[in-house]
Design a protein. Sequence first.
Length: 191
Amino acid sequence: MSNVERFQPRVAAAFRGTPQRTSLRAVPDKVSEAKRVLERCRDTERAATLRERADTLTLAYIAIGARDAIRSRTAGISLDRFDGELGLVERAVAHVKMLDSVADWFDARGGHPRVFEQEVAECFGYAFAADQLMRDACTETDAQLVLVSVMLAAGYREADIDTAIADIAVAQASPDCANPGGSLRRARPNL
């Protein structure tokens, strides 16, 4: 069953309460409301990127950025609290699905202002690792805040970023709009 079919009861609910003999002026409002509900579901379905696997290119660029941060900032800093360099890189790479979901949301809506892997994923890895190096080992960096900051610096519109994050949160929380059986594949194949 498609997500649109799942939303048909919501469309019917938009018409509930409308008297059988209604003025013709009220009908277009109800129709446009129903269309908005269906379009929102379609948008959410396209953006619902509940991936089963991370994109390896995104993962690689996050790791490159984290490694660069470690190499540029480790003078006098012990990495033992992260279980070494690899432990810190793993902390950054743990957020790859979040980045992939946001990238997929932008892919579904016409693309990116920049090359996502180089301008966002690599910079995210760098910023995340640099922030972790400044904190103690028990305090976790807010990955979503780092992602938003990096995307703003890369030229993404703040409203689009906020909408992407909100749509992805809705898709992950809502069984009506989520597509758990599959994922929205990016334009390029996973390597």
